[in-house]
Design a protein around this ligand. Structure first.
Ligand SMILES: *Cc1c(COP(=O)(O)O)cnc(C)c1O
Length: 382
């Protein structure tokens, strides 16, 4: 039997609320029109509030990786070195971007599921006096793990030439992140995760220190020329044709976040994350992460059961798309997202489908509903 409904519970793209879809479906505006300019400036203003920054926030037309690439090509000269935290798939992406553009990565390997140790970052900085930046994820989505970016920011107060560049693609809009206060010089996110908008926009913040660096570096990108974008976007324009409909949609999603209140948004994500963790633990399962994130939960598959089979049954039999593991974690974990337009009932549904799949695969040391009642109890008490 084929499922009659499809549900998306992946850590990006995430479900888009109807309000945002309606905004997306409006007639396309001319990107140089006064009307679009007004919306564009409004969206930038809302993003500054979301990032809690006095710096600049730019909207780029690309997936999130575009902003990561823009950071590397606009803020480092060839031959510069950068400390790179590699604790998962997205940390690897920072390393690969550095290698692609002639930046020397000083890699701190972190076991997948663990958080980087601040001592290791300090050691790398002390051993390499020419370091120009630290590249890290706030949340490493592939493992559902938080890195202590605030701690890194504190550490970097003693290193005025080092930029802290934080990929917060599954952190902004999940947590209330005070970009300036934490010393994040460059913060990055994308439209399709906690910002409840379809894929296609990347967002990058630049504080004064980062803007100063921009002027010292000759960019190696034509499309992602941040100096050019900055100048244009300050006046409500973009260098090239903006993703007009996506910007209109993003502006609506940001309005929703504003209406709920960023603090409440963060609290909701925390409650949903805790409910999810309680739910899977009630099935006798363990989390991969020693420091689990509030946007996505990575769960170790029980012995003898391939995580990909859980994902496959969920999708094919029940119409529910959850995520598996990446690279060497493929088959070993599955991931439940609770990021963006998500409430407790989405969480309960996700747990139910995990129960169905586990049961079908022969893992049966639980009663149907065990995870759901644990999740409800936890949620109720928070
Ligand atoms: C999703 C994600 C990205 C960006 O991926 P794109 O597919 O380019 O949007 C980068 N970093 C993290 C941590 C992510 O979760």
């Amino acid at each position: 039997m084929k499922p009659i409904k499809q549900r998306l519970l992946t850590p990006g793209p995430t479900v888009v609320p109807e309000r945002v879809l309606e905004a997306l479906g409006k007639s396309t505006l001319y990107h140089r029109s006064p009307k679009f300019k007004e919306i564009f400036l409004e969206a930038r203003k809302r993003l500054k509030k979301l990032f809690r920054t006095e710096g600049e926030v730019l909207i780029l037309t690309s997936s999130g990786t575009g902003a990561m690439e823009a950071a590397v090509t606009n803020l480092f000269n060839p031959g510069d070195s950068a400390v790179v935290v590699v604790g998962g798939k997205f940390g690897e992406r920072w390393k690969e971007l550095c290698e692609t553009f002639g930046v020397k990565p000083i890699v701190i390997e972190v076991e997948w599921g663990k958080s980087v140790r601040l001592e290791d970052i300090e050691e790398a900085l002390k051993a390499n006096s020419d370091v120009k930046g630290v590249l890290v994820q706030i949340c490493e989505t592939s493992t559902g793990t938080i890195h202590d970016v605030k701690g890194i920011g504190d550490l970097l107060k003693n290193y005025p030439d080092v930029l802290l560049i934080a990929d917060g693609i599954t952190a902004y809009g999940v947590y209330d992140i005070p970009t300036d206060e934490w010393g994040i010089d460059v913060g990055i996110t994308g439209s399709q995760k906690a910002l409840m908008t379809p894929p296609g926009l990347a967002i990058i913040s630049l504080n004064e220190k980062a803007q100063k660096r921009l002027l010292e570096v000759e960019t190696r990108s034509y499309y992602f020329d941040l100096k050019k974008e900055l100048k244009k976007q300050q006046s409500g324009q973009t260098a090239y044709t903006a993703g007009v409909n996506l910007v209109v949609a993003l502006n609506e999603a940001l309005k929703m976040i504003e209406e709920e209140g960023l603090e409440n948004v963060a609290k909701r994500h925390e409650r949903l994350a805790q409910a999810t963790r309680a739910g899977v633990r009630a099935l006798g399962l363990e989390l991969l992460s020693e420091n689990p994130a509030n946007g996505v939960t990575a769960v170790l598959s029980p012995k003898g059961i391939n995580g990909q089979d859980i994902v496959k049954i969920a999708r094919e039999k029940y119409g529910i798309t959850i995520a598996g593991g990446q690279e060497h974690l493929k088959g070993k974990i599955f991931r439940l997202s609770h990021m963006g337009y998500v409430d407790i009932f989405d969480i309960l549904t996700g747990l139910e489908v995990v129960e169905f799949a586990l049961y079908e695969l022969g893992y049966r040391n639980f009663k149907f509903g065990d995870s759901v009642s644990a999740a409800m109890e936890t949620y109720q008490n928070l």
